[in-house]
Design a protein. Structure first.
Length: 138
């Protein structure tokens, strides 16, 4: 079993991944922040690994980059990579019969239960420490 990455490394790796995806999409930092609906400084901090974005922010970034939110959730450690044990988070996000608001509500509940029941000696169980914020109506 692989040793999980330390959290600061995880956020730095996530930021690097987002920066790489932004480069491949040929988007400036400012343009991606506009498309994702987040501030330019906040996106810069995420890319440098200084901030830990919520699942909602990751979803907004993924949508702006035209990649799956699941890809960013795996990079952030919210979801386990495919091919391992069944993952309820992955199933919730993949369910076509649920709309985005319903998926986010289920994810918040599920992640809050995981956090509440996480063993104290497992720093990665129950990540993230705060459930994702609800999506804003547009």
């Amino acid at each position: 079993m692989a040793v999980p990455k330390q959290l600061p490394d995880r956020w730095r790796d996530l930021g690097s991944f987002i920066r790489e995806q932004r480069g491949m999409a040929r988007l400036s930092l400012r343009r991606l922040s506009e498309l994702a609906g987040i501030s330019n400084p906040y996106l810069s901090q995420i890319e440098r690994g200084l901030r830990r974005p919520s699942a909602e922010i990751l979803q907004q970034i993924a949508k702006a980059l035209r990649i799956s939110a699941e890809t960013l959730y795996v990079q952030a450690g919210i979801l386990e990579p495919g091919g391992e044990a069944p993952d309820l988070s992955r199933e919730i996000l993949a369910d076509p019969s649920l709309n985005e608001d319903q998926k986010q509500a289920l994810m918040r509940i599920y992640l809050s239960f995981r956090h509440e029941n996480a063993p104290e000696d497992d720093p990665n169980a129950g990540e993230p420490s705060q459930p994702p914020a609800p999506e804003k109506a547009q």
